[in-house]
Structure formats: C-alpha cells, structure tokens
Design a protein around this ligand. Structure first.
Ligand SMILES: NC(=O)C1=CN([C@@H]2O[C@H](COP(=O)(O)OP(=O)(O)OC[C@H]3O[C@@H](n4cnc5c(N)ncnc54)[C@H](O)[C@@H]3O)[C@@H](O)[C@H]2O)C=CC1
Ligand SMILES: O=C(CO)COP(=O)(O)O
Length: 354
C-alpha cells in the first residue's frame, strides 16, 4: 500500500441532486462495486475497517492492495467511521466476508437510516445457522424482506474495476426495491437486470463457488478440459437440484446468478475459489491454502453448511461432498472425478433426472 500522509483530511465531494449510497467493506468487491455506483452517478461513501486503507482510498483514489493499478472516481469517498459513512445514505450495500456479516450488522443496526434498501453483495452461507445473507440481514436489522435486495452474477472484481463489460442481476421480493437498486447499480460497463427469486439468486452465488473449488482441484491435479467441462455441467445439475429444493426457480440457475457466474468463476484464475481449489489439487493442505490466500474464498466456509442443508432437503451433492472430503484430507485430489465416481448401484443414470 502506498504511504499517504496521516495529517490531511480527506475531502468528500457532494454533488447536488446525486443519490447518496453507502458501501460497507472495502475489499476487492466492495471497492469495485463502490466504483460502479460512483460511475453510475451516485455520491458513494465506502467503509474500510482499517483507517489506513480508508485514507488511501479517500486521498489517493487507490486501493492498491486489492485493486492494483485502478483509479477510483472522485465521487467515491472512504472512511473507517461507520457513522460518517452511513449518515444520510439512501441505500446501503454490504460486502464484508459472509462469516462476519452478523457481527458487522450488530455494530451498524442503529446507524442505518430508516426505510432505506439494504443490499447484499455477498456469496456465502453462515456456518452453524446455515442462513443466507439476506436472512441474516432480516434478522439483525429487523426489517421486512421487501426492503432487502441481493445482487449476483459473473462479476470478477478486477475485470469490472478495469471497466470490462458485464451484467448483474438484482433480486428482491419487492419489484420496486429491485428496480430502485438496479437503477443505482449500473455503469457504462455494467448492465443490471432484475428478478424476484431471492433464494435462487443468492444460492447461485454460493453454490458456484463450491463447483469452482472442484474445478480448481482437478486443474491443480493436471486434468484437462473434458474433466472440467464435465464437472461444470454436472455441477450445474447438482446446484440446480439443491436450489430448486430450497425454493428457487430453475430458470434462475440458468441465468446470470447461476450458469453465468459458474462459467466466470470456474474459468478464471482471478477467482479465489478456483485458486484455492488449484492449490489443493497441487497438494497443499487446507491449512496451507488458508494461509496462502490473503483474500476471501467463500466456498471454503460454505461447504459444510451447504452439505448440512442438502442432507435436510434430501438432495445428493456428489461434487460438493467430494470437495468436502478433499478439504478434510480424507480424499486424494487425484480421486476427485465426481461425474465418474459411483458405487455402481445407480447405473445407468438418466442425465436429466434430478
Ligand atoms: N471479489 C469478487 O470478485 C467478488 C466477491 N463477491 C463477494 O463479496 C464478498 C466480499 O468479498 P471480497 O471483497 O472479494 O473479499 P476481500 O477478501 O477482497 O475483502 C474482504 C474485506 O473485508 C475485510 N474484513 C475481513 N474481516 C472482516 C470483518 N470481520 N469485518 C469487517 N470486514 C472484514 C477485509 O479487511 C477486506 O477489506 C464475499 O462474499 C464475496 O463472495 C461477490 C462478487 C465478486
Ligand atoms: O463471485 C465472483 C465472481 O462472480 C468472485 O469469485 P471468487 O470469490 O471465487 O473470486
């Protein structure tokens, strides 16, 4: 990170008439999304946990640890003080690691302006409780579901920060909230769609991470495109079964938040989940992988709660189960070929059977 003087006061630019939005979490996605919102015309305040990062963003318009080489726009301001960031905001976006969401919400509960939409940008499930992020938000902020939205899609942060065009879907049970958020969450390089399938949109983002870990594992082992394509295809069938059994619509899983994100995450070395899998496939232990990753790989935390949910739903998830075994060290990465592995009792299996 660049050294910036500590005795200067970052300036916040206020544009008359501009929408004022807050983003909590200044990692790669929170900062990129703050840029999207600012490029879409909003005045954005971004909360960074570390004061030196807030200062770097506000003064140098850079987040050099997470988004090296990216210039941030002048209407994006940052602070490490939650109250300053949330004050007068008309919309709040949340982008902290999923396992820390509940504690962060407890800290801001009293500061979020009444009646404003609250939007999850996160792709995880809470360990222990197995709640989706929108459920944690509803519980901790005690707000009606129609005020909550989730946004998901093929959204590798660094590509978007470089203004490479992509799309995202904003979902809420209240179509007005979804539209309001989608209007704010756009930029010349990011097109926002809407839907009202919150469960599918959220689970799409969670589940594709697990398939990306599996693809990373076989990549690390040295297997080629057939293996990866088979895992992606059977992975889509597996995550669709899970999501539909949870109440999602199947078409959401073939949309941006499902198939779209699956392709992006499974195919890119920028994906942290894919990278974590590749390290496992190369023989690193789970502990080594966690030590080497200095960014959030949500899939590693979501495996256990997703499998617990699958058990309750009676849905078989062979790929995710084998990822769990590799993580636990009870299966060699070389043996992960979930589309091929069977005890033989259930052959032949109809490809379209769920
Ligand atoms: N990076 C990406 O391309 C995308 C990420 N996401 C999702 O966004 C969420 C955030 O991930 P990233 O920004 O990528 O992670 P990151 O690892 O880049 O940044 C996480 C940020 O949270 C901070 N943090 C760590 N522990 C915290 C705590 N206990 N309380 C508050 N802040 C804490 C870190 O200091 C860091 O600034 C995840 O759920 C991820 O799945 C969604 C779409 C794209
Ligand atoms: O969600 C993402 C892309 O849509 C980012 O994936 P990773 O968290 O694996 O980097």
């Amino acid at each position: 990170m660049r050294n910036v003087p500590t005795n200067t006061v970052p300036l916040r630019i206020i544009t008359p008439g501009a929408r004022r939005v807050a983003v909590l979490g200044a990692g790669s996605w929170g900062t990129t999304f703050a840029k999207v919102l600012a490029d879409g015309g909003a005045d954005v305040s971004l909360w960074a946990r570390r004061a030196e990062l807030a200062r770097e963003i506000a003064e140098s318009r850079r987040n050099s640890d997470y988004l090296p080489g990216i210039d941030l726009p002048p209407n994006l301001w940052a602070s490490s003080h939650l109250r300053e960031v949330l004050d007068t905001s008309e919309m709040v976006f949340l982008s902290v690691p999923s396992q820390s969401l509940r504690e962060n919400l407890r800290a801001v509960r009293e500061m979020i302006p009444a009646g404003v939409p609250v939007v999850s940008l996160m792709k995880g499930v809470e360990k222990g409780t197995r709640y989706r992020m929108s459920e944690v938000i509803a519980q901790e902020l005690d707000i009606e579901p129609g005020r909550i939205a989730v946004a998901s899609g093929p959204n590798l942060a660094l590509e978007i920060a470089k203004e490479q065009p992509t799309a995202i879907v904003v979902s809420s049970s209240d179509p007005q909230t979804a539209s309001q958020v989608a209007v704010a969450a756009h930029a010349p390089y990011l097109r926002s769609f809407t839907n009202n399938d919150v469960i599918g949109t959220e689970f799409g983002g969670v589940l594709k991470n697990l398939i990306a870990v599996a693809v990373g594992i076989v990549d690390g082992v040295g297997y080629g495109e057939n293996t990866k394509a088979s895992i992606i295809t059977r992975g889509l069938a597996e995550i669709t079964s899970f999501a539909v059994a949870s109440g999602a619509r199947p078409e959401t899983m073939s949309g941006l938040a499902g198939l779209g994100d699956l392709i992006a995450t499974c195919g890119s070395p920028l994906s942290r989940n894919n990278t974590a899998g590749r390290l496992l496939g190369q023989g690193y232990s789970f502990e080594d992988v966690v030590r080497r990753m200095n960014q959030t790989a949500e899939g590693l935390s979501s495996v256990a709660p997703v499998l617990e949910l699958a058990d309750g739903l009676g849905v078989d998830m062979p790929i995710v189960r084998q990822v769990a075994e590799v993580l636990a060290g009870t299966m060699s990465p070389r043996d992960i070929a979930p589309h091929l592995t069977t005890d033989g009792d259930d052959l032949p299996q109809d490809e379209h059977q769920r």
